[in-house]
Write a protein that binds this ligand. Structure first.
Ligand code: PEP
Ligand code: MG
Length: 570
């Protein structure tokens, strides 16, 4: 088995077609008549433009407007006056058009590839695609044609360019497997929009496969099975049928309100780690962002993002959400989340140390900068502030006081922000849970972080397998903590959300409905599943199940009962 990144969900079963992109071969010539060469370039550009428009129209029809923009983006790159001026300059200096295009594109590619962020790296891949296609046009060659393909084809390639992905005959493609590329590559975006399973970044696939070989790929787990045994194949065929059926059923919940069976309106939002993920929220039909984990923006780099960079990221998320809620959590580092360039003390018990809000209070400049960025971005959408790891009222008051101070600064400088921005607290420590009634007097909303709440309630490290028997949402103490927190919020009339993994656990959906949870925040791919699950229960039914469960004394008993009663799995 080969493992890559599951980049577009679903199971693909089919026959391998290996695609080897031949680099266009040309002879580098010195030219004497630059005008003639410039004319050739002009013709190639117009051929390229017509081809791209055609591909974009096809993608728009099959996948959507946003995906078509990826291809139209190639036209924008080509219209960049710097790019064309540089190419023309080389041609006027005696270089042939093919070599001029190659040199200038390569220059941009190496600049883009050297950057650390995924987005700029993606531009390098786009530029590579553009270069190859433009040279094909200059040489009067056909760019690799992927259609017609026989039905049930699994495309294997080192890398798939957006134009190749877009150009193929969708109905005959059972899946994509590539050596290069990840979840955020344009190939992945188009594959998801076309609903074709894809595993990208599967190292070694090109030397392991050959044309005509049978293959199974799992676009969720990233697994690729070559030449499967008959028994494995049978199992996956069944799994694929189930998957496809479930997907069809879930489609009925797309674009719908989240309602219980007796019509109570709840909502399903999403957890994200960067502003690009906002696209996944839209694709997954989330009703907003319930948790933006901002610490990811601070990781895998050498310096902290400054106020402007943070502002732009938060604003982008707010604009993409177009008025739907965007809950931005302040920096949650420490514990197991290390950021090398920030001063994080070596601690004996990092999970009980200067983590999250505790770190921010010890480094108020970092918090000040982040809150300023969030407040500035709040002028562009429905942004809320969320504070992680609250254990004490002083922490909430500290953040609120700083927020008020920043509001004054911004007003003095005539910088717009949302005057009524809401500040919520994460309930993920037993202390916060025990003072939930007091916190509810001063916080605008709660978000229950079950991932940490379980670990702190049970005093069991969430990453330590030796104590994993204690780490369970079904533990009576954990369920009581959740129930108590929600009850305090309901009593005080503030909104209560859940953003820990448990929000997506279908076994406890009836309990959460009965407790009075209003907002579930889950990964984008779980939205429709949870919306469907919520629609199965009326409040009285959920209450009945909950009453039974809350009398039980072990997690095993509870889980067994819920599995039987709900007929579903975690
Ligand atoms: C949680 O603890 O449940 C939570 C959502 O936060 P994180 O997983 O980022 O600690
Ligand atoms: Mg947490």
């Amino acid at each position: 088995m080969i493992k890559g990144t599951g980049a577009s969900g679903g199971i693909g079963i089919g026959t391998v077609k290996v695609i080897k992109v031949q680099k266009p071969v040309f002879e580098r010539r010195r030219i004497r008549e630059p005008e003639k060469e410039l004319d050739k370039l002009k013709k190639a550009i117009s051929g390229f433009t017509a081809e791209t428009e055609k591909l974009a129209a096809k993608v728009e029809k099959e996948a959507g407007k946003k995906e078509a923009e990826i291809l139209r983006g190639h036209l924008l790159i080509l219209r960049d006056p710097v790019l064309t001026a540089e190419i023309e300059k080389l041609i006027r200096g005696g270089e042939c058009a093919e070599a001029a295009v190659e040199q200038i594109c390569n220059m941009f590619i190496s600049v883009f590839s050297a950057r650390d962020d995924e987005l700029t790296k993606q531009r390098a891949a786009d530029m590579e695609d553009l270069k190859s296609r433009l040279i094909h046009h200059l040489l009067g060659l056909d760019v690799i044609k992927l259609s017609p393909l026989p039905p049930g084809t699994v495309i294997c390639a080192r890398e798939l360019t957006p134009s190749m992905t877009a150009g193929m005959d969708k109905k005959n493609v059972a899946g994509f497997i590539t050596e290069k590329g990840g979840e955020t590559s344009h190939c992945a975006i188009i594959a998801r929009a076309l609903e074709i399973p894809a595993v990208l970044g599967a190292e070694g696939i090109m030397s392991a496969v050959k044309d005509g070989q049978r293959v199974i790929l799992n676009g969720d787990s990233g697994e690729v099975i070559l030449s499967p045994k008959a028994e494995t194949l049978r199992r996956y065929v069944l799994e694929k049928e189930n998957y496809d059926q479930r997907k069809e059923l879930l489609k009925n919940y797309r674009g719908k309100e989240t309602l219980t069976a007796d019509g109570d309106r709840l909502s399903v939002l999403c957890n994200i780690g960067n502003s690009d993920d906002a696209d996944k929220v839209i694709a997954g039909d989330g009703e907003g962002i319930g948790l933006f984990r901002t610490e990811f923006m601070f990781m895998d780099r050498d310096t902290a993002p400054d106020e402007q960079e943070q502002f732009e990221v938060y604003r982008e998320a707010a604009l993409k959400m177009a008025g739907k809620p965007v809950v931005i959590r302040t920096l949650d580092i420490g514990g197991d989340k290390d950021v090398s360039y920030l001063e994080i003390n070596e601690e004996e018990n990092p999970f009980l140390g200067q983590r999250a809000i505790r770190y921010c209070m010890a480094h108020p400049d970092i918090l000040h900068q982040q809150l300023r960025a969030i407040l500035r971005a709040s002028a562009y959408g429905n942004i809320k502030i969320l504070i992680p790891m609250i254990a004490d009222m002083t922490e909430l008051r500290f953040v609120k006081k700083m927020t008020e101070k920043i509001k004054k600064e911004l007003s003095e400088d005539d910088i717009p922000f949302d005057e009524h921005i809401k500040t919520g607290v994460m309930i993920e420590t037993p202390s916060a849970c025990m003072i939930a009634d007091l916190l509810a007097d001063e916080a605008d909303f709660f978000s229950i972080g079950t991932n940490d709440l379980i670990q702190y309630m049970m005093a069991a490290d969430r990453g330590n397998s030796d104590v994993s028997y204690l780490y369970s949402v079904f533990k009576p103490s954990v369920l009581r903590a959740i129930q108590h927190t929600i009850q305090c919020a309901v009593d005080k009339g503030i909104t209560v959300e859940m953003c820990g993994e448990a929000a997506a656990n279908k076994l406890i959906t009836p309990l959460l409905i009965s407790f009075g949870l209003e907002k579930f925040s889950v990964s984008p791919s779980s939205v429709l599943n949870i919306r469907k699950e919520i629609s199965r229960y009326t409040k009285p039914e959920a209450d009945k199940i909950t009453a039974r469960v809350m009398k039980m004394s072990t997690a095993e008993e509870i889980k067994k009962y819920l599995t039987r009663k709900t007929g579903t799995k975690e």
